[in-house]
Design a protein around this ligand. Sequence first.
Ligand SMILES: Nc1ncnc2c1ncn2[C@@H]1O[C@H](COP(=O)(O)OP(=O)(O)OP(=O)(O)O)[C@@H](O)[C@H]1O
Length: 235
Amino acid sequence: MLEIRNLSAGYSEIAVLHDLSVGVEAGQFVSIVGPNGAGKSTLFKTISGTVKPMGGEILFEGENLMKLAPAARPHLGIAHVPEGRQVFSSLTVLENLEMGAITEAGKKNWAQTLEQIYSWLPVLEDRAGQFAGTLSGGEQQMVAIGRGLASSPKLLMLDEPSMGLAPAIADFVFDKLMEIRKDAGLTILLVEQRVAEALQVADKGYVLETGRVVLEGDGETLKADDRVRQAYLGM
Ligand SMILES: Nc1ncnc2c1ncn2[C@@H]1O[C@H](COP(=O)(O)OP(=O)(O)OP(=O)(O)O)[C@@H](O)[C@H]1O
């Protein structure tokens, strides 16, 4: 579904991603883990189009994303749930979800999608009329995920959904992602600093360090890898 080949990207001529290749097949749950500053968010921004690549290729269902404006990419079925949630604070929960339904597929399936979002994340129905800025961090993360789902995507990209959340709430978010993926047959690309949890749920994982893929493999194997255990799991 998503094929990233030899990608280089960065800011003002300074490369942050170097010759990076990542593949995501339809229906897969793929996690990208790595320390602060490794380039995880930059990778997502390059896929979404807010960062311009310096070289390489990004293909989504065979289509060259680099030829498409950032605004066109959600319409192909790519949803980006950004780091730090970025909910619209002065809009209600429902209005935030509606903002996600900007794509043709999102508009067409809206009633059904909203029902499905509420069944996965009932707190959003309970708080539909509440201003998003007044929600807890965990609830705001649900809004951000719900807003991504509202576009009826094929690929849901989540940038550190556990950031700033208590461990129990973070676990809840991971469980929800598994449930949504199973129910909707959605493809998920996750960026996370919670390495153990992210690899636990993943079919495939990549370890990113200073903008390069240093390890890749299926989630279980990577979690058991000595280098991962020592560097990220404190074992
Ligand atoms: N707008 C920007 N302008 C210049 N440099 C940037 C910009 N955004 C990020 N960087 C730099 O790019 C590098 C990678 O940052 P990025 O946010 O992609 O890492 P990350 O792996 O997502 O980190 P974190 O887990 O802390 O969010 C860092 O050195 C960062 O300082």
